[in-house]
Write a protein that binds this ligand. Structure first.
Ligand SMILES: [Zn+2]
Length: 301
């Protein structure tokens, strides 16, 4: 078996090494995006910078460049997924994380000047397009995918998330099903094998969605302050208010996007089949933390 030995980390060895094992990846060029936080309602400038560190770090340029590392143990998930740093938090990380996960980017410096990732158009398409345009680069740093070796399921009432070994022995397969007693949604389900291509085509454009009847309640709790027809599909009791939809089943596609983003918080490639039914960020993050606490369910491939 080929093992990484830092003493042998010559240029040629590094090249040979990354040619036979998965390597960490970063972006080739800096990416700059601006937008509004969907919950905070604040404008935020986001800059993604190539990094050689092998880690995803968040840096607050408005707080004297305070830094926090992506740590999947320190998360809070309700209406969105929040990374809890020691000195600051980063809200609504999931759509950016989904794009990074789909492209296999796990070494990056994320600079921002507010406490939330901008919602852009409510989807991951602006992030995916920017990453494609910037290009990617492999680093001479190995990464060992987390490979599911035995099935598990986490259930709460009529919701569940599950993980199982990959039937094909490689890659990530995602399945989602939802049921809403709403004429524009009803039952929707979708499965796909995640790749940069399938992500860009099938998942990244799907926008977040919300119900008009919930807006008042969310705003009274200081949430959805930046939500609008420009960054979310909004539904009243009967219909979509700001159509057309980008896909007839845009809702379940967005749930797959959220699941990909939350699984991406593990910060490494995954090998397995992941399924969710009527779940949300809270249950997705519970699965991430269950995997961290129960290494008997996986191997480092
Ligand atoms: Zn979402």
């Amino acid at each position: 078996m080929l093992r990484f030995d830092p003493d042998l980390n010559s240029w040629s060895f590094g090249l040979y090494f990354i040619s036979v094992m998965a390597a960490k990846k970063t972006i080739q060029k800096e990416i700059s995006l601006s937008g509004m936080g969907i919950h905070s309602g604040k404008n935020v400038r986001l800059v993604l910078k190539p990094a050689e560190s092998g880690e995803i770090t968040f840096l607050r340029v408005d707080l004297g460049r305070l830094e926090a590392r992506l740590n999947p143990r320190n998360l809070e998930a309700r209406n969105s997924t929040t990374l809890l740093g020691e000195q600051f938090q980063v809200r609504t990380v999931e759509h950016l994380m989904a794009a990074l996960f789909a492209f296999g980017i796990n070494s990056l410096s994320i600079e921002l000047d507010a406490d939330e990732i901008p919602i852009m158009d409510g989807s991951a398409r602006p992030f995916a397009q920017a990453i494609k345009k910037a290009g990617m680069r492999r680093l001479a740093l190995p990464v060992r995918p987390l490979k599911i070796r035995k099935p598990l399921i986490l259930e709460e009432k009529d919701e569940f998330v599950s993980a199982a070994p990959s039937p094909s022995g490689g890659g990530v397969e995602l399945s989602y099903s939802i049921e809403y007693p709403h004429p524009a949604i009803r039952r929707q389900s979708l499965s796909l094998k995640l790749s940069p291509q399938s992500f860009v085509r099938e998942i990244a454009p799907a926008r977040t969605f919300g119900f008009l009847k919930d807006v008042e309640r969310l705003r009274s709790r200081g949430l959805a302050l930046g939500g609008s027809f420009e960054n979310a599909v909004v539904l009243d009791e009967e219909k979509v208010l700001n159509g057309p939809l980008r896909f007839p089943d845009e809702f379940v596609r967005h749930k797959l996007l959220d699941l990909a983003g939350d699984l991406g918080l593990l910060g490494r490639p995954l090998i397995g089949r992941f399924e969710a039914h009527k779940a949300g960020h809270r249950l997705h993050v519970k699965l991430v933390q269950f995997l961290l606490d129960h290494p008997e369910y996986w191997t480092a491939a």
